[in-house]
Design a protein around this ligand. Structure first.
Ligand SMILES: O=C[C@H](O)COP(=O)(O)O
Length: 246
């Protein structure tokens, strides 16, 4: 499996920030890992044009329906048409801000696959769930509910993002990351067989140039989903380099 460095720009970036993408595309044209940028939808088409063949471009969400009366939403087919190859689904900010449940994520995953997009399905515990000792149960349950049946492991990506680590500068210990990633690999193998060895398992939550190498050296970590540090080509470039070296 190829490793994946994914950048989620969230609700950041206007035309001016496309220069960061240009800088990345220049430096990482021949990367040994896959590089993905998920800009806001308003930039998707232009980002796809400028990313060329060296960087994948993805959406940050899609609607479960192919089309219809859903003001403000975007379908998987529309993302694909705009040049996307991937889509983030079930990010904790979608779960919190828009009430998305595992069932919502599951139908969106089906829609994404139907449009030919590679879904990055996000899971992660809140701080109170971790404090209560429920982390592994939460992850197990989110994986079970968010992923449809009969998948091939190569057809999707899972991102483990502890909610309390997102944008906070706080990162789980390497042991905690390894524990969750081992559980995810085992759960996916139980469900999808040996093809689960082809599922990239990303860690996300305050990944920076300074901590990327040790996170990437952790067992069953195949890349990262990066928020804040993906907005600057120099920072994201350093994270990509750490993944290339891992
Ligand atoms: O999608 C990305 C994650 O939410 C991580 O964000 P962050 O790197 O700013 O903590």
């Amino acid at each position: 499996m190829r490793k994946l460095a994914a950048g989620n720009w969230k609700m950041n970036g206007t035309s001016a920030e496309l220069s960061e993408l240009d800088a990345l595309a220049k430096v990482h044209a021949e990367s040994s890992v896959d590089v993905l940028i998920c800009p806001p939808a308003t930039l998707l088409s232009r980002a796809a044009d400028r990313a060329g063949n060296s960087i994948f471009v993805g959406g940050q969400d899609c609607h479960a329906a192919k089309s219809g009366a859903h003001t403000g939403d975007i379908s998987a087919d529309m993302l694909k048409d705009a040049g996307a190859t991937h889509v983030i689904l079930g990010h904790s900010e979608r779960r919190t801000d828009h009430g998305e449940t595992d069932a919502t994520v599951r139908v969106k995953t089906v829609a994404a696959l139907g449009a030919g997009l590679l879904p990055l399905v996000c899971v992660g515990e809140t701080e109170s769930e971790r404090d209560a000792g429920d982390t592994l149960d939460v992850i197990r349950s989110q994986l079970a509910g968010s992923l449809p049946d009969d998948l091939n492991g190569a057809d999707f990506v899972v991102a483990y993002e502890p909610v309390w680590a997102i944008g906070t500068g706080r990162v789980p210990t390497l042991y905690q990351i390894a524990e969750v990633h081992e559980l995810m690999r085992a759960e996916l193998t139980g469900r999808f067989g040996s093809s689960a060895n082809e599922t990239p398992l990303l860690y996300g939550g305050s990944v920076k140039p300074g901590n990327a190498a040790e996170i990437f050296a952790t067992s069953n970590v195949d890349g990262a989903l990066v928020g804040g540090a993906s907005l600057k080509a120099s920072d994201f470039g350093a994270i990509i380099q750490a993944l290339e070296a891992a």
